[in-house]
Design a protein around this ligand. Structure first.
Ligand code: PPS
Length: 292
């Protein structure tokens, strides 16, 4: 099968073909936004399901106390992907959403600073590593023979989410139109408590110290892996489908796994492209767990 079998290109952006509904995409720009809506926006493999868990824990007491067993995909569903049938209009406020959309395809109502957006970004060598393993695991993504061929695909933007550079640059350069907070996966990894506090401040939510501790505890990699509400095991089995039993949504959850997957030459090639494309973007990137 070729790339087009897996990807649906809509207005220049690649979607996963089987999980998306073209009619819904056609109508996205008119989707009505409410003031209280909160969007988690990411390029794939940058920390989406982690942030779904964190916001679900911040917003829903039943989730924090584990008295309601709703999955995070239902608490912060994807706007553009039909993974679960969500009746968005009937959901009570505040509504949480997740999305991989580029800035130019989001509902018009989000512009002019209506609602809130948390944009999570991750160093793209780790994004690419995570994406490579994920694509080889799930049936709805195109598998690659090796890292070299995946790297070519990734750098050509022939993947779900299109070109990583376009996604982050588009969002960053148009940030003034949106009420948006940029946070990196690596900041979350290094100091989750501070990031949860930063989220709460941005969202206007107040948590007690005990609740803050609970959020941080339940959002660790180890605890999320064991939490059926947050580990996506059910979604893989019932909605997405896997090729083998070797993968996991929560695969490694580290900073710097690219070093185990890139050759020196691939890394240097990537660095040259990164420096050229990102020279005007002052966002901080962390490539190594020991970096300050
Ligand atoms: S997706 O498919 O786009 O929704 O994937 P996404 O959730 O954006 O990214 C998956 C990667 O996030 C890691 N992850 C975590 N890392 C650290 N701590 C926690 N709690 C956590 N939850 C998810 C997950 O392991 C994937 O990264 P890799 O490098 O593949 O392990």
């Amino acid at each position: 099968m070729d790339t087009d079998t897996y990807l649906l290109n809509f207005k220049g952006f690649n979607f996963e073909r089987t999980l998306v509904d073209k009619d819904l995409l056609e109508n996205l720009e008119d989707f009505e936004i409410r003031d209280d809506d909160v969007f988690i926006i990411t390029y794939p493999k940058s920390g989406t399901i982690w942030t779904q868990q964190i916001l679900s824990l911040i917003y829903f007491e039943e989730h924090r106390k584990q008295t309601r067993m709703m999955e995070t995909i239902d608490l912060a569903p994807f706007l553009e992907y039909n993974i679960r049938n969500m009746d968005f209009l009937r959901r009570p406020d505040p509504r949480l959403f997740s999305s991989h959309l580029p800035y130019y395809l989001v509902p018009n109502g989000l512009k002019n600073k209506k609602a809130k957006i948390i944009y999570i970004y991750r160093n793209p060598k780790d994004v690419m590593t995570s994406f490579f393993h994920f694509s080889n695991w799930v049936v709805v993504f195109e598998a690659s023979k090796n890292m070299e061929s995946f790297m070519q695909q990734f750098l050509d933007g022939k993947v779900v989410g299109s070109l990583w550079f376009d996604h982050i640059k588009g969002w960053y350069e148009h940030r003034h139109k949106f009420n948006i907070l940029f946070v990196s996966y690596e900041e979350m990894k290094k100091d989750l408590r501070s990031v949860v506090q930063k989220f709460c401040k941005f969202l206007g939510k107040e948590l007690s110290e005990d609740d803050l501790d609970t959020v941080v505890k339940q959002a660790t990699f180890k605890n999320m892996k064991a939490d059926s509400r947050a580990n996506y095991d059910d979604i893989i089995t019932n909605e997405i489908g896997k090729r083998n039993n070797y993968g996991q949504f929560l695969r490694k959850g580290t900073i710097g796994d690219w070093k185990n997957n890139f050759t020196v030459q691939q890394s240097e090639r990537f660095d040259i492209i990164f420096q050229k494309k990102m020279k005007d973007i002052p966002l901080k990137f962390i490539w190594d767990i020991n970096e300050e």
